[in-house]
Design a protein around this ligand. Structure first.
Ligand SMILES: [Zn+2]
Length: 453
């Protein structure tokens, strides 16, 4: 009989605990019925893609992060700082535009054989013959207007004290089923913002027994009432573990769990929110309904090296290029994944065009500019001079009294706040900003271009 010492047992227990956070996601795979509706909608754009016409509509999706806390001061976990959330929005904007960090690590001949063998359309291939890293043409911005039309003090952030709401600490739920049930029946319905206007992201602490860091709804398609992921007007959106939100590289002062310091949990979950499936199709060599992603025998974890698992799937064969572990819809670690493909983009664009909960996102002027009951009616009285500027600007507001001026970057983050109408913009990086002027009864907003020559 072998006797295992207590310390060895404890070490094993610790290892098991440490590995808990390696697994990514609890999003349910969409049903066959859902997929068949999407296949009906995507047929035409996929055929057009073969003739070089790629879907390129531009979307900017307003995002609200519901930060669930227990009365901790702002900056104390789980009531994380605005900067940690802003760093997350930077990451998703980079990732969905094909410019995510480490994209330069894409191997020089990645999936060239696969592309040739499968006769992948030219639109899906880059100048090196590789499967192309796609630009979704979908952006995300932090909402500056809340669900009631009021200006937000912190763009894209709705802080909620669960004690004041009479809720249980979300970290008390130690199974996927109880966590999901509490989110779907209590937290989400009581806090959700209009799902046709905002991408709702709830971020909470979680039990260490839960082995996932994110869950997303699957986008509803018309005529489908019973959806996986329970995407209703009171539940549609994404849940993320607070410590998996944001980028350590961009904002080291945040609170992170070591395995999720790259902000790519939300990239993956927004993939699901836009209709993408896991790269392995949730089955051994299953179907993700994207021709330009080679089949995979299972999810990949860790930090693999290309080519990975060549020949792991036979029909179609992924030999000799193997599995696309660098795709955001796999489970590899943040630094190892940096791409979506063109067929994944076509799915997301098709969902943005057709899903009743997605097809109006970005059309309500909820980021950067004011669109509230206090909104300006008639000509905008704000004058910014000079504009573009690289040094100082003067703000005028006609007969309006100026109480306060805020300058926001294009994601809605406040980069300057002042009561003076003479403002230095010298230290701001070049780009598009918004000047928000708060008056006595009205707020006004206008665009500012900062350019350095
Ligand atoms: Zn997933």
């Amino acid at each position: 009989m072998r006797i295992i010492s207590l310390s060895v047992l404890l070490q094993i227990a610790n290892l098991a605990n440490a590995q808990v956070d390696f697994i990514g996601c609890a999003t349910e795979a969409p049903s066959i019925r859902w997929e068949s509706v999407l296949q009906g909608l995507i047929k035409k754009p996929l055929a057009e893609n073969k003739h070089g016409k790629t879907m390129t509509s531009h979307y900017v999706i307003p995002v609200v992060f519901h930060v669930i806390h227990g009365g901790e001061p702002v900056g104390a976990y789980p009531n994380i700082l605005q900067q940690q959330i802003a760093s997350q929005v930077t990451i998703i904007n980079q990732d969905f535009s094909g410019n995510g960090y480490n994209a330069a690590n894409y191997p020089a001949a990645a999936f060239v054989n696969w592309a040739n063998n499968q006769k992948i359309p030219l639109a899906n291939i880059d100048q090196n013959g590789r499967i192309k890293i796609a630009d979704f043409n979908i952006e995300f911005c932090l909402a500056t207007i809340d669900n009631n039309g009021n200006s937000l003090t912190e763009p894209g952030i709705n802080r909620i004290n669960y004690l004041q709401e009479g809720w249980v600490n979300p970290n008390k739920f130690s199974t996927q089923a109880t966590m999901k049930s509490y989110l779907d029946s209590i937290i989400k319905p009581q806090s959700i913002w209009d799902v046709k206007k905002y991408l709702n992201v709830w971020i909470t602490d979680k039990s260490t027994l839960l082995n996932y860091a994110g869950v997303s709804s699957v986008p509803p398609l018309s005529g489908l009432p019973d959806l996986p992921g329970n995407a209703t007007e009171s539940t549609d959106g994404i849940w993320c573990f607070t410590k998996a939100v944001g980028s350590y590289t961009l904002f080291p002062a945040g609170t992170y769990v070591s395995t999720f310091i790259d902000g790519r949990t939300l990239t993956h979950e927004i993939g699901h929110y836009l209709g993408l499936r896991h790269i392995w199709g949730d089955l051994a060599c299953g179907n993700d309904f994207c021709d330009d992603t080679p089949p995979a025998s299972a999810e990949n974890t860790g930090t693999p090296v290309y080519p990975l698992n060549a020949g792991s799937c036979a029909s179609p064969s992924n030999n000799p290029d193997g599995e696309m572990f660098m795709n955001f819809m796999d489970y590899t670690r943040g630094p190892s994944k940096y791409m979506f493909t063109t067929d994944q983009k076509t799915r997301a664009q098709t969902v943005m065009l057709n899903s009743p909960f997605r097809n109006q996102l970005g059309t309500h002027n909820l980021c950067g500019t004011i669109n509230s009951t206090n909104d300006v009616i008639g000509p905008n009285p704000i004058a910014v001079f000079p504009n573009p500027s690289n040094n100082h600007i003067q703000i005028g507001a006609g007969k309006q009294q100026i109480l306060r001026i805020k300058i926001l970057d294009r994601t809605g983050l406040i980069v300057k706040e002042t009561t003076s109408s003479s403002i230095s913009v010298q230290e701001l990086p070049a780009g598009v900003y918004f000047v928000l002027v708060e008056g006595v009864n009205q707020n006004f907003s206008t665009k500012l271009l900062v350019s350095h020559h």
